[in-house]
Design a protein around this ligand. Structure first.
Ligand SMILES: [Zn+2]
Length: 364
């Protein structure tokens, strides 16, 4: 007779053994991917792989597997609320088991997520985040959407650039990255036609927005930027309700050109150029009617009638008497306080996925 108690234990053991084996595989694959990265040589800039490796090793403290995750990879930014003694800045990269199927795909996922980590290490705008309990300065809903678009543009452009430098070592990476918002061969074509790498980045960033796909069940095909905007709005609506329910007094701010340039400055040439006064930096080019409607609803809920009249992030920091550097430092070190309420609602996490978990988009 089968013992009904022991059977789950056995399954549990088998599961653990399988997870151990998958972790070991990830470790082996990451070693190879790391060698590919270390070897990357840009024809103009030289040994950028070594620089990328050094910059990311300094800031990323954890890479692991998430066994229940469908995207290839996710960068976790902040957790809300932070448990007592735990930093609210998560700053880790997790891979889905799908990323174990191909080392070339792991290279694509890793470079993309590491760019996100470098952005969050550098840009004050990314810490003015509703998921970050260390900050009561929060970007407005419009700026949250804008920020999402810019940080994805930057990560896809620089990910494609870095992967293009690994093609000799890992020729399969070109096929592995087909169907992503910026395939490697598309980036190579754009670079070949551009006067400089920086010019290529700016052109490629525009291209990245326009990948057509069916991102949600029963939805018509649309550009991926629409999906970034929709996800940003959903995240924002969910977390801002939690912040307001917690009684947090929030200052909503708008981003300026300098904030966007800071996002593009995390590694390599700046994807967004060098002119902080360029008005297009802070304009969302196409907002779908559905997303515009959702944005108006959230703005109404928060009493934001005119985003242009909000203080700029820089004004809000100055009003508090903190420099950008100090603001970033305080935010990264913040840990959750001891809480005496016994509510143990699970924390929610701000994150950016490499492969949107929508029903079968064109696979990155
Ligand atoms: Zn991303």
């Amino acid at each position: 007779m089968v013992d009904p108690v022991k059977k789950p234990d056995l399954n549990e053991q088998e599961l653990r053994a399988q997870e151990e084996a998958q972790r070991a595989t990830l470790g082996q694959h990451l070693k190879i991917v790391d060698d590919w990265i270390a070897n990357m040589q840009d024809p103009v800039l030289g040994p950028v792989g070594a620089a990328f490796r050094a910059a990311s090793a300094r800031i990323i403290h954890h890479e692991g597997l998430d066994f229940g995750m469908s995207p290839s990879a996710v960068y976790h930014s902040f957790r809300y609320p932070a448990a007592p003694g735990q930093t609210s800045f998560s700053n880790d990269v997790l891979y889905g088991t799908e990323a174990l199927d191909s080392r070339e795909r792991l290279l694509g996922a890793r470079t993309h997520e590491f760019i996100h980590a470098l952005q969050y290490d550098t840009a004050a705008a990314l810490h003015a985040d509703p998921f970050n309990e260390a900050s009561d300065i929060i970007v407005s809903p419009y700026d949250y959407i804008l920020r999402k678009e810019r940080l994805e543009q930057d990560a896809y452009v620089k990910g494609a650039w870095l992967c293009s430098l690994a093609v000799d070592d890992a020729p399969g990476v070109v096929a592995a990255m087909k169907g992503t918002p910026l395939p490697i061969d598309t980036f190579q074509d754009i670079r070949a036609k551009s006067g400089s790498l920086q010019e290529a980045f700016t052109a490629a960033a525009r291209d990245t927005r326009n990948l057509l796909g069916t991102w949600r069940k029963n939805a018509p095909p649309s550009v991926i930027a629409d999906e970034w905007h929709a996800r940003a709005l959903e995240e924002y609506a969910r977390i801002i309700k939690m912040r307001l329910d917690a009684g947090d007094k929030l200052t909503f701010v708008r981003l300026a050109g300098e904030d966007i340039l800071e996002i593009g400055d995390a590694f390599g040439p700046n994807t967004f150029g060098s002119n902080a006064a360029d008005p297009t930096l802070t304009v969302i080019e196409n907002l779908s009617p559905e997303n515009a409607k959702k944005l108006a609803e959230i703005n109404a809920l928060l009493g934001i009638a005119d985003r242009d009249r909000l203080p700029a992030l820089d004004d809000a920091l100055q009003a508090k008497g903190v420099t950008r550097a100090a603001y970033l430092d305080i935010s990264k070190k913040h840990v959750g306080p001891a809480r005496n309420d016994s509510s143990n609602s699970p924390a929610v996490e701000g994150s950016t996925a490499f492969n949107p978990s929508a029903p079968r988009p064109p696979a990155p």
